[in-house]
Design a protein around this ligand. Structure first.
Ligand code: B16
Ligand code: MG
Length: 212
């Protein structure tokens, strides 16, 4: 193990915006009369907005045109943006700041690798804009997780070889993306398939897991 950079997923790892996503999709599905529950919601973790919409629409009784789909995604996003307006630094998940500070103190680079186009807004709300060495997000990628693009771009921004990067993820799609990029992976919450796994970052010191 020779890890010199850690790339963090945002939703579900740094902050619980995953719950805001759930509530916004639920609002849209209820308004459209589409069945939606938390089990279906699990499939949306780390997946882009439009791909998430396609999963939500699997249970729809009618088909939607591309223009209608764009409008549905916008409605969901407007609702989601209302929820994230109330985020503050207090919403940063347990153990995250301790880990970030510890990594920085030990000279490990830190980056964000998120599928979300709302990443800049979220980082500002929680007071972590200008905190990371690199931010790769839904605004600079063409393929969403499980494609490795978002993590590859984060590593490129840092100038780090992929095999010297650790990805921290709460989504199966994100773990798959990190592995496809040739990076080490740490699964948090219920994500499957990571090289290492912890329940949450409050229960682990990443530098210790890495033997640093
Ligand atoms: P947006 P992550 C992902 O963020 C979310 O997990 C996923 O549920 C969401 O659909 C995706 O961002 C796109 O988000 O609609 O804000 O662009 O987990 O990769 O940080
Ligand atoms: Mg996530």
């Amino acid at each position: 193990m020779n890890i010199k950079a850690v790339i963090f997923d945002l939703d579900g790892v740094i902050v619980s915006t995953d719950e805001c996503h759930y509530k916004a999709w639920k609002m849209l599905a209820d308004e459209e009369g589409i069945y939606f529950d938390r089990t279906i919601n699990e499939r949306l973790r780390g997946v882009s907005r439009m791909e998430s919409l396609e999963i939500v629409l699997e249970k729809a009784q009618k088909s939607y045109t591309d223009d209608e789909k764009t409008a549905l995604a916008e409605r969901k996003n407007n609702c989601y943006k209302e929820y994230i307006k109330s985020l503050t630094p207090d919403d940063i998940l347990t153990g995250v700041m301790d880990n970030l500070e510890d990594l920085k103190a030990k000279g490990i680079k830190i980056a964000i690798g998120s599928s979300s186009k709302n990443t800049p807004i979220i980082l500002k709300q929680i007071g972590l804009d200008n905190y990371f060495d690199a931010v790769s997000d839904g605004n600079n990628i063409t393929k969403s997780k499980p494609d490795p693009e978002v993590f590859v771009k984060a590593a490129d921004m840092l100038g780090m070889p992929y095999k010297e990067c650790l990805v921290v993820e709460d989504a199966d799609a994100g773990i798959e993306a990190g592995k496809s990029a040739g990076m080490m992976t740490l699964a948090v919450n219920k994500a499957q398939g990571g090289d290492m796994a912890v329940e949450n970052l409050g229960k682990a010191k990443i530098t210790e897991l890495l033997g640093l």
